[in-house]
Design a protein around this ligand. Structure first.
Ligand SMILES: Cc1cc2nc3c(=O)[nH]c(=O)nc-3n(C[C@H](O)[C@H](O)[C@H](O)COP(=O)(O)OP(=O)(O)OC[C@H]3O[C@@H](n4cnc5c(N)ncnc54)[C@H](O)[C@@H]3O)c2cc1C
Length: 511
C-alpha cells in the first residue's frame, strides 16, 4: 500500500487540476466521442483505455494481408448519429450502402430470403414474397391478426421481452422463423430474454400510435435517414472511424492513455490519503473525481471536476460502487461470450454470392453451430475490390445467451474447443453457402473472442438503467455512457453519448 501511494504521488499533479478538467474512463466509441465533444466544449480532457488499442468493439485485425473489422462492421441508419459523426471527421464520402441483395435466413428446412422491410426481423409487409416464403400461409394468417387486435395487446405490461411481444401480436412462426435468428445474430441472445424497449426503442409506443406491430415497424423503417436501407458502412471498414477519431483527439490536444486500466474511482480532495473503501459520497460538498490507473507496473492518479465512465456496465457499476454503493443492486448481467471466426478463402465459385450478404441461422437448425455468417466480400463492394475476384472474406459468429440452460450449453462458445473453431467454421460455411470451402482454400483465418462485450439487455433492463441514471444524476460531475446505457449498436451509442455530454456541458455552464 505504502509503495503504491509513493508511486501514485510521483504521478500526481502538484496543483489542483483546472476545474474544467474532465477524465474519461474507457476508450471505446462512447469514450472517444465523449472526449471529443468535451474538448470541443472547452474542457481539457484525459482519456484512459485498458486495452493497448482504441475503439473497444470497433476493432480491426489483419487476416491474409487484409485489414478487416474484427467487431462492428456497419451502423444502423434509423438515425443520422453515425453518419453525422463520420461527416464531421471528413469521412462523408466513405459512407457506403451494402449490396441490396440482402441476406438469407436458414430455417430447419433450408434457406429463404430474409424480409428486408423489418425491424429485428419483425415484418412490416405480410404480403412480401419473402415473408410468405418464411411463414407459410398459416403463419401469415396468424400474423395478420396483429392488425385486427386491440393496440393494448403487448403494450400495457410494464416490461416485455421481444419474444412475448411478437408471440402475442404475430404468433410463434414470426418469432421462431424471422425474429429469433435476427435477434441472435445482432444481440447474441435469445429473444425470450431481451427487453424489447431496450433493443427496439419506441416500438411499443408505435403500436399504440399506429394500431399494429406491422404498422409500428413500417413507421420506424420510414423514419430512418435512408428509407429502404437499414444499415450502412464505411469504405475501408468501421475501424477507420476510430482511426479518424483518435487522430482528431490527438490533434485537439486530448491527453490519451491507452494500456491504462482504471482500478478505482472515488471523490477526494487535495491529498489521497484514504483507501477508496473508506470514501463514500455522502451528498456533501462536491469535490473532484479521482481515478487510480495502472499501466504495467506503474500506478498513478488523475483528478477532474467531470468524470465520464464509458466502460461496459458491470465494470462501471463495480468502479462506481465504492462511491455509490446504492448502484450495486442495479449491476447489469455480463454480456454473452461471442467468438467471431474470420476466414479469407480462395473460392472463385463464391463470386456468385450464393446467399446474398450472408445467412442468419434459426435456433433449432440441426448440424450448424454458427448463429450467423456474413459474406463480407458480397456485402461490401469496397472489400471485394480490395481482395479481387475469387478471394472471399467470411465472418461466422458463435455463441448466444439462452433462457433454456440446455440451449445455452449447446450454443455458448465454451462448449467449443478453441482449436476446433476454424474447422467448425469451414464446415458451417460449406453448409450455409452450398459450396465446399476447405482448409486447402484458406488464405488466412483468425478467431476473435468477445467476452461480455455486448451488453445484455435482459427484460427490465430499461427500468434498471432509468434508476441507475437517476442515482448517478444526484452526484455532481458524473456522466455514464456506453452500450449498456444507450442500447447496443453504434447508432444508439453515438447518439446517446452525444446527448449525455451535451447535457453535462449545459449543467457545467450553469454552475
Ligand atoms: C463482435 C461484435 C460485432 C458488432 N457489430 C456491430 C455492427 O455491425 N453494428 C453496430 O452498430 N454495432 C455492432 N456491435 C456493437 C457495437 O460495436 C457496440 O454497441 C459499441 O461499439 C459499444 O461501444 P462502447 O464504447 O459503449 O463499448 P466498448 O466498445 O465495449 O468500449 C468500452 C471500453 O472500455 C474499456 N474498459 C473497460 N474497463 C476499463 C477500465 N477499468 N479502465 C479503462 N478502460 C476500460 C474497454 O477495454 C473498452 O475498450 C458489435 C459488437 C461486437 C462485440
Amino acid at each position: 500500500m505504502e509503495n503504491r501511494r509513493l508511486a501514485a504521488k510521483a504521478h500526481r499533479p502538484k496543483s489542483h487540476p483546472a476545474p474544467n478538467h474532465a477524465v474519461v474512463v474507457g476508450g471505446g466509441i462512447a469514450g472517444l466521442i465523449a472526449a471529443r465533444d468535451l474538448q470541443a466544449a472547452g474542457f481539457s480532457v484525459s482519456i484512459y483505455e485498458a486495452a493497448a488499442t482504441w475503439g473497444g468493439c470497433v476493432a480491426s485485425h489483419e487476416v491474409a494481408g487484409e485489414l478487416l473489422d474484427a467487431g462492428a462492421e456497419s451502423f444502423a441508419t434509423r438515425n443520422t448519429a453515425v453518419a453525422d459523426l463520420a461527416t464531421e471527421l471528413g469521412l462523408a464520402e466513405k459512407i457506403v450502402e451494402p449490396n441490396p441483395a440482402g441476406a438469407s435466413v436458414w430455417l430447419p428446412e433450408g434457406p429463404v430470403p430474409l424480409p428486408r422491410t423489418g425491424v429485428l426481423g419483425i415484418p412490416s409487409d405480410l404480403n412480401a414474397p419473402e415473408v410468405r416464403a418464411a411463414l407459410g400461409a398459416s403463419g401469415v394468417l396468424r400474423a395478420a391478426l396483429d392488425a385486427k387486435m386491440p393496440a393494448t395487446i403487448g403494450t400495457t405490461e410494464a416490461v416485455s421481452s421481444v419474444a412475448d411481444l411478437v408471440r402475442a401480436r404475430m404468433g410463434k412462426r414470426v418469432l421462431e422463423r424471422l425474429v429469433a435468428p435476427v435477434v441472435a445474430g445482432v444481440h447474441s441472445a435469445d429473444a425470450e430474454l431481451l427487453d424489447v424497449d431496450m433493443v427496439a426503442p419506441g416500438l411499443r409506443a408505435g403500436i399504440r400510435e399506429h394500431g399494429s406491430l406491422a404498422a409500428a415497424v413500417a413507421a420506424q423503417r420510414a423514419g430512418g435517414s435512408k428509407p429502404g436501407s437499414a444499415v450502412a458502412g464505411l469504405a475501408g471498414g468501421m475501424h477507420t472511424l476510430v482511426s479518424a477519431l483518435v487522430a482528431d483527439l490527438k490533434a485537439a490536444g486530448v491527453s490519451m492513455h491507452a494500456g491504462h486500466r482504471i482500478k478505482a474511482v472515488y471523490r477526494g480532495d487535495t491529498e489521497i490519503d484514504e483507501t477508496p473503501a473508506e470514501k463514500r459520497y455522502d451528498g456533501g460538498a462536491p469535490s473532484r473525481w479521482i481515478v487510480d490507473w495502472e499501466h504495467g507496473t506503474e500506478r498513478g492518479f488523475d483528478g477532474a471536476g467531470l468524470l465520464v465512465v464509458a466502460t461496459d456496465g458491470p465494470t462501471a457499476v463495480k468502479l462506481l460502487g465504492v462511491e455509490l454503493p446504492q448502484l450495486l443492486p442495479f449491476a447489469p448481467a455480463p454480456g454473452p461470450d461471442v467468438r467471431l471466426v474470420t476466414l479469407v478463402v480462395d473460392v472463385p465459385e463464391l463470386d456468385s454470392a450464393p446467399r446474398g450478404t450472408g445467412v442468419l441461422v434459426a435456433p433449432g437448425v440441426a448440424g450448424i453451430k454458427a448463429k450467423a455468417l456474413t459474406h463480407a466480400t458480397a456485402k461490401w463492394a469496397w472489400l471485394a475490390d480490395a481482395t479481387g475476384p475469387g478471394t472471399h472474406v467470411l465472418r461466422l459468429s458463435y455463441g448466444r445467451a439462452a433462457r433454456n440452460p440446455a440451449d445455452a450449453v449447446r450454443l455458448t462458445p465454451s462448449s467449443f474447443r478453441e482449436e476446433d473453431l476454424v474447422p467448425t467454421a469451414l464446415a458451417d460455411a460449406s453448409a450455409l453457402l452450398g459450396i465446399e470451402v476447405t482448409e486447402a482454400d484458406l488464405l488466412g483465418s483468425d478467431v476473435v473472442r468477445w467476452t461480455g462485450a455486448l451488453p445484455f439487455a435482459a427484460v427490465g433492463h430499461q427500468g434498471k438503467i432509468a434508476k441507475v441514471q437517476a442515482l448517478a444524476g444526484e452526484v455532481p460531475g458524473l456522466v455514464l455512457a456506453g452500450g449498456w446505457i444507450s442500447g447496443n449498436g453504434l447508432a444508439a451509442v453515438v447518439g446517446g453519448t452525444r446527448r449525455a455530454i451535451r447535457a453535462a456541458v449545459d449543467t457545467a455552464r450553469r454552475v
